[in-house]
Design a binder for this molecule. Structure first.
Ligand SMILES: O=C(O)CCC(=O)C(=O)O
Ligand SMILES: [Fe+2]
Length: 217
């Protein structure tokens, strides 16, 4: 724990806070506006995760792959993997493209809470994991991920009072679109609960799971 997980968490947090400071300035937010909402001094839903997937003996059906499509619930995700298999849906199309892992690089996803904070200026894209292509499909796949999510008490709404750019983007969207009425604690708990397949029992649970996907089409 001390020698492997904590350094990974510390480094991931430092990288994500650095990225947030760049995004703050690009979004016209005061310095520290995003960082303050992801403070490690407050209870929150950030999470480190290690995911292992066994090779499959048969190809995955499109229907099975579709079930796994999601946007990340929090603000920023840093993802490390050596094998392919991660796919992103190209915006405005039904085309899924592989994201090729590059040595010495990590993959960074924008998540839903950052989409809402920025009134849609930053996009949380749909993605999914399918068996790695070609010969990689015969290998065990590992991912190491760090999800930066807001502190539980933070309200999930566009930061219109702190940025002219965000206020302008929100004003062009239907009223209330980027004010979820939820705290980050409520938002993440709901998303995690209904992401679990056993809790998906019909259209109501799909709606209950909703993030910002339907805001984008
Ligand atoms: O394993 C991967 O490549 C991606 C995993 C992922 O999208 C997630 O855990 O949210
Ligand atoms: Fe994801």
């Amino acid at each position: 724990m001390e020698s492997s997980i904590l350094p990974f968490v510390r480094k991931s947090v430092a990288v994500n806070l650095k990225l947030m400071s760049v995004l703050e300035s690009k979004l016209g937010l005061p310095r520290g506006a995003l960082a303050a909402r992801h403070s490690l001094q407050q209870k929150g839903g950030s999470e480190a995760r290690c995911i292992r997937s066994q090779p499959r003996s048969e190809p995955m059906s499109e229907a099975a792959a579709a079930i796994g499509a999601h946007t990340d619930f929090g603000s920023l995700t840093i993802l490390h993997n050596r094998l392919g298999g991660l796919q992103v849906l190209m915006p405005g199309t039904d085309k899924w493209l592989y994201v090729k892992p590059l040595p010495g690089h990590a993959i960074c996803n924008i998540g839903d809470t950052l989409t809402v904070f920025s009134a849609g200026i930053l996009r949380s894209n749909l993605h999914r994991v399918v068996p790695p292509p070609g010969a990689q499909g015969g290998l065990e796949r590992w991912s190491v991920v760090y999800f930066t999510r807001p502190a539980y008490e933070v309200r999930v709404k566009a930061l219109t009072e702190e940025s002219f750019l965000i206020a302008e983007a929100a004003s062009k969207a239907p009223a209330g679109k980027y004010d979820t009425g939820e705290t980050a604690g409520e938002w993440v708990t709901r998303r995690i609960k209904y992401h679990r397949l056993k809790n998906r029992i019909g259209p109501e649970s799909w709606r209950a799971n909703r993030g910002v996907e339907e805001m984008q089409v």
